[in-house]
Ligand binder design. Structure first.
Ligand SMILES: [Zn+2]
Length: 491
């Protein structure tokens, strides 16, 4: 992937076992080590629900019963692309990938749709935690072929397989050892993908049993120390990042003050969406403007497709900071839906109808001479946004200039800043969501839709009922109802 986004900020202090966004740790002063993440590397802290979900999958996949992540900071890094895939990071390294498998059909076996693909280090920890599923034990004499010649696991080299293995499962490859059935990290050779199921393996004498993804000379897992429960760990993370966060804060505050200095005819506005990024912008605006006696308004656009947590968050923010948020609202979605059909990733009329139009109306009313709107746009959030300038004219709303004071912040900067300021962030983030938005946004991955269905079945049913009826009227199939509706022109 190209490096258009600039540097990856995320590093780790292996001494304190905390993520650090700088070269040196703010607690012990030691040098930090880069974490090898997939770009754009916009990792975020995992919340209790994320850990709960990951542990459940580890239990289903590998038979692990203990909480591998207890008393440690865990991060989640969404990998861009079509599928729902997220790297799980702790102890300064990638433990594995959390994946939602779109191709698995059985609706009654929902648990199978979620899996974890461990790294080799992740596999060592899974084995130490007592894993007894998805395991293939191989003979000692085939190890050199796998390590040096990148060979696959062939049937003659297999000693034992766990009964649960199905074709295409992610498996852990162990080397035979004297203490039978008592496997530890030191017996882990690698990770791979099964090419046969259990019955095929035991009933054949040759053939490829598993493709090896990664293999390493067996060694012990490299554990780092515990940092305490969630709150204690967060406090350590804040302390370790104090300088880095202060630098980003003063840079953005300075930028905001300078931006309005040159544009005295343009009153400042903060666009608050109920999301984490615009909450940071709001906090920065208090810091930049309150002592300078500069007034600014806060605007929220209610698409009427918001999740309840978002609407509650708008109230929480008003109460905590004693402000009145101006609300723009459109009630046109369901009416226009009949006319236009479902919005798609390549057909986003919803943004025009539900966001731009109501916002433009309000802006024209309150600011006949225009306004300068600060938004929570960040370049790490999206590859497409990486080349944006920090101030530009809105392409949709004539009287609006836009400005992005946290363009260079990563999600970790955002989260540490919110934790540090005890800011009332949207509770959706504590329910496994990486971002907040409309509950039926076509930009969602199927994994995200699964989360919505679980959390708000009645909201999803309303949308699904529409899709089913629309499909009937337009001769569209089940696949379209399940996932195809998210594109108008593709498929
Ligand atoms: Zn440290």
């Amino acid at each position: 992937m190209k490096t258009i986004l600039g540097k990856i900020h995320l590093k780790w202090c292996k001494n304190c076992n905390v993520p650090v966004l700088d070269k040196k740790c703010g607690i012990c002063g030691n040098d930090t080590t880069p974490v090898k993440l997939t770009p754009p590397a916009d990792a975020r802290p995992a919340f209790k629900e994320d850990i709960f979900m990951i542990n459940n999958i580890l239990k289903n996949n590998f038979g692990v019963n203990e909480n591998i992540f207890k008393n440690k900071i865990v991060l989640i890094n969404k990998i861009p692309g079509k599928d729902y895939m997220k790297e799980i990071i702790y102890d300064g390294l990638v433990f594995g990938i959390l994946k939602y498998n779109e191709e698995i059909k059985e609706d009654n076996d929902n648990e199978k749709k979620w899996s974890i693909i461990p790294t080799v280090e992740g596999a060592r920890r899974i084995i130490n935690a007592g894993a007894n599923k998805k395991i293939i034990v191989i003979k000692k004499d085939v190890v050199p072929f796998i390590l040096k010649k990148h060979a696959s696991v062939l049937r003659p080299g297999v000693l034992k397989v766990s009964e649960d293995i199905a074709k295409d499962d992610d498996i852990i490859i162990l080397v035979e050892n004297e203490e039978k059935n008592n496997f530890k990290d030191i017996h882990v050779l690698g990770v791979g993908r099964a090419r046969m199921n259990y019955n095929e393996i035991i009933n054949s004498e040759k053939g490829m049993v598993a493709k090896v993804r990664h293999a390493e000379t067996p060694k012990e897992a490299n554990y780092l120390k515990e940092t305490g429960n969630f709150e204690e760990s967060i406090n350590k993370m804040i302390e370790a990042n104090e300088d880095a966060i202060n630098k980003f804060e003063s840079n953005s505050v300075g930028f905001m003050r300078n931006t309005i200095k040159d544009r005295t005819n343009m009153p400042p506005v903060v666009a608050y969406s109920g999301g984490k990024d615009s909450l940071v912008v709001l906090l920065l605006a208090f810091k930049a403007f309150n002592n300078e006696n500069i007034n600014f308004e806060v605007l929220f656009t209610d698409t009427t497709l918001e999740l309840p947590e978002t609407l509650k968050n708008i109230n929480d923010v008003e109460t905590k900071y004693n402000i009145n948020i101006i609300k723009a609202k459109s009630d046109d979605f369901w009416e226009k839906l009949e006319e236009y059909g479902p919005p798609g990733r390549d057909y986003r009329w919803c943004s025009e109808v539900c966001k731009m139009k109501p916002l433009e109306k309000i802006i024209n009313n309150i600011y006949p001479n225009g306004c300068l709107t600060f938004v929570g746009l960040r370049k790490y959030e999206s590859m497409n946004r990486s080349k944006k300038p920090r101030i530009w004219k809105s392409p949709h709303i004539e009287k609006q200039m836009l400005s992005a004071p946290i363009l260079n912040w990563s999600a970790m900067h955002v989260w540490i800043y919110l934790f540090k300021n005890k800011a009332p962030y949207n509770k959706l983030y504590e329910k496994c969501f990486d971002r907040v938005g409309c509950y039926m946004c076509p930009a969602m991955e199927l994994g995200e839709i699964e989360l919505i269905k679980k959390l708000y079945p009645e909201l999803w049913k309303k949308w699904e009922d529409f899709l089913i009826n629309y499909a009937k009227r337009n001769n569209l199939d089940e696949k379209w109802v399940k996932s195809g509706w998210r594109w108008k022109y593709k498929n």
